[in-house]
Design a protein around this ligand. Structure first.
Ligand code: PEP
Ligand code: MN
Length: 347
């Protein structure tokens, strides 16, 4: 990773650096951080000569060579200074709460608008709403393009930034054309490396937020961090890691809850951790406990399925959505646990 002396390299400087790096069969990827731009060297950056030539340039501060497998995501990377902001808060400074329906019902868009107002009133900072749904069987409701308009309408009315899941390039394009604030990569696509690369590139210019769910079949936490590395290597550092439970499920839970990996992720990476308790435990009655556990483990945020009247919902909503009233109380309790992260801080 090349760190310039100033905030960013000029066009001429970048051309000179690119020429050097390419002569060693590597490539440059500019990553726009909040403090300054960093220039990732993609490829084998082990050549001493390449590093010496780069460090010999007057406008280069230094070249960091991190020995980690995920060198951009590493907590020792310069990108650890990068600050991610969502809905008026800076991740790591205050608990982020993303809330909203699993699925927007195209037959009842007003329900979603009502939910949006209610979650805002409850204290959420961002709104989620499934437009396109990854369903286990092709015979289930797959989502509807027209719900994108409903989500945008809810954003206009509430001022909340919106998160929607995209499963393919067409959906990604539609979401980015609509300037959604956050795209979600669901658990099923978390290991789709070519899609992750495309998301990194497509979101690079706007720095669109990406909520990356943990693959339900993922094992080691490093596999999760590597998936995020693909997005950042595409040029977008605004990635949030979202543990959401793995398979097989634990007894009566939908998945095997994994909020406990939060400290393990934080040992490896600077990226904020936003836990999804809803798909983890899968029943609204268990969601508050899982949310509290996540905050106790040091999570920076939560993504909670919430519905104004869950029994009228579709998709996961009838089973796992909490109501805005519960959300409101929960946010108060969760904020009361926030101090634990300072109390038991890592060395
Ligand atoms: C969702 O967020 O509604 C969803 C389907 O998520 P996941 O990819 O975690 O199953
Ligand atoms: Mn869902």
């Amino acid at each position: 990773m090349i760190l310039p002396r100033e905030r960013k390299l000029t066009v001429e400087q970048l051309a000179e650096v690119t020429e050097i790096v390419e002569s060693f069969d590597c490539h440059i990827q500019t990553i726009v951080g909040t403090e300054r731009c960093v220039y990732a060297i993609l490829g084998d950056e082990s050549s001493e000569t390449m590093v010496n030539r780069l460090e010999g340039l007057a406008y280069i501060d230094r070249v960091d060579r991190i020995q980690a497998q995920n060198k951009l995501m590493s907590r020792y990377s310069e990108l650890s200074r990068h600050k991610i902001r969502v809905g008026g808060i800076t991740l790591g400074e205050e608990l982020l709460v993303i809330a909203g329906q699993c699925t927007v019902d195209p037959k009842n868009p007003n329900l979603f608008i009502e939910t949006a107002h209610a979650v805002k009133e409850a204290g959420a900072h961002a709104l989620r709403g499934g437009v396109w749904k990854p369903r286990t069987t092709p015979h289930s409701f797959q989502g509807d393009n027209k719900s994108l308009k409903t989500v945008l309408e809810a954003r206009d009315q509430t001022g909340l930034p919106v998160n929607i899941e995209v499963m393919d390039e067409d959906q990604l394009k539609m979401a980015l054309d609509a300037r959604v604030d956050m795209v979600q990569v669901g658990t099923r696509n978390a290991l789709n490396y070519s899609f992750l690369k495309k998301i990194g590139k497509a979101t690079r210019d706007e720095g669109t937020l990406v909520l990356l769910k943990r693959g339900m079949h993922m094992g080691r936490t490093s596999e999760f961090v590597s998936a995020a590395e693909y997005i950042v290597a595409g040029g977008n550092p605004n990635v949030l890691l979202c543990p959401r439970g793995t398979v097989p499920g634990l007894d009566g839970y939908r998945s095997h809850p994994d909020e406990c990996i939060t400290p393990l992720l934080k040992e490896q990476t600077w990226a904020p951790v936003v836990v999804d308790p809803s798909h983890s435990v899968g029943r609204s009655i268990y969601v508050p406990y899982c949310s509290a556990a996540a905050v106790a483990y040091g999570a920076d945020g939560l993504c909670i399925e919430t519905h104004i009247r869950p029994q009228e919902g579709i998709g996961d909503d009838p089973k796992q959505s909490i109501t805005p009233d519960v959300l409101k109380d929960l946010i108060v309790e969760l904020n009361g646990l926030w101090h634990l992260r300072e109390k038991f801080q890592m060395p």
